[in-house]
Design a protein around this ligand. Sequence first.
Ligand SMILES: O=c1[nH]cnc2c(CCNCC3CCCCC3)c3[nH]c(NCc4cccs4)nc3cc12
Ligand SMILES: [Zn+2]
Length: 370
Amino acid sequence: MQFKILKKDGFARTALLETKRGVIHTPAFMPVGTNGTVKAMTPEEVRDIGYEIILSNTYHLYLRPGHETIKEIGGIHRFINWQGPILTDSGGFQIYSLASLRKITSEGVEFRSHIDGSLHFISPERAIEIQIALGSDIMMVFDECVPYPAEKQYVEKSIKLTKDWAERCKNYFEKQRTNQSLFGIIQGGVYDDLREKSLEEIVKIGFDGYAIGGLSVGEPKEDMYRVVKNVTPLMPEDKPRYLMGVGDLIDVLHAVEHGIDMFDCVMPTRNARNGTLFTSRGRISIKRSEFKDDSTALDPECDCYTCRNYTKAFLRHLYMCREILSMRLNTIHNLYFYCKFFEKMRTAIAEGRFQDFKKEWLPVLEKNFS
Ligand SMILES: O=c1[nH]cnc2c(CCNCC3CCCCC3)c3[nH]c(NCc4cccs4)nc3cc12
Ligand SMILES: [Zn+2]
């Protein structure tokens, strides 16, 4: 995997991440494909909007239909019909946020499936074995995402576990003959000293890229910004930096400013499905009665399929009828808005005007148009 920095603007940078299945222009947003689908979208629609990489999650696919099934079918790319790069998470985060009856030991995590209650055990080695079977291009180590809030001594113990698990993931990965990449994850809660300790330990093990985990889990924004500001410049400059679970475009601007390259978040797709749409004049809730007779486009500045062909009145109508087309048209627009935002941000960095871009967009993104 090659990571080539094209241009720097302060700590912000725009780069090319070259994988065997294609190039990713960074800063990049990675749409979330739970169960192997970016909900309501075909892979062609996601690709035609301009996305180069999507996420699939190990926890769901391991439970249903099972990683062996996907392997027999020909791997995750064949299964979901996405020929570009795919990043899979380790499953650890979903176990904490979805499964029940969890038991965390130094060996791994025992949990009950949120689907049928069956008992499972995933070790760091198993988490890598599953991702290798899926055949993703970028795999994530099995980490412990520290919840917020968490006592400092709990976090101290947890980063030791995350470090041991990261070592075990790397050792297992190196014994397999696979040309996939493996990213490490830095934890440490909101404690700057523990963040630096976790960073040093994970970088010492050595990975193809590094993620900041344990954020966007309910901590105050100023804690998230402080951790990103302090940790990011200490991460290896010549490797991709991935801020997990982020996020809101305001948070993206703060993170790109400090040198983050990759993002994933359910925001554009989940918000679309509940009628919250991002526009060039702020965020709007399409179900509001003020749009009942509004014959104008959702966003006059947007040239996506939805904005070119439908009125706010129709989008509101579809939403009120809970029509499937409502989810599709809203998702097309929100994904398009995010994709174009990242494209404009990359251009701004390439032209050395990231600060202007941030100043121009922050007020828009903070605005609730209604
Ligand atoms: O430390 C972490 N370790 C591992 N994963 C994390 C994730 C999941 C990132 N998205 C995975 C996707 C893989 C494909 C399917 C969908 C998820 C996080 N997401 C958030 N916040 C957003 C949040 C989302 C839900 C609750 S908080 N913080 C996160 C912190 C960690
Ligand atoms: Zn649009």
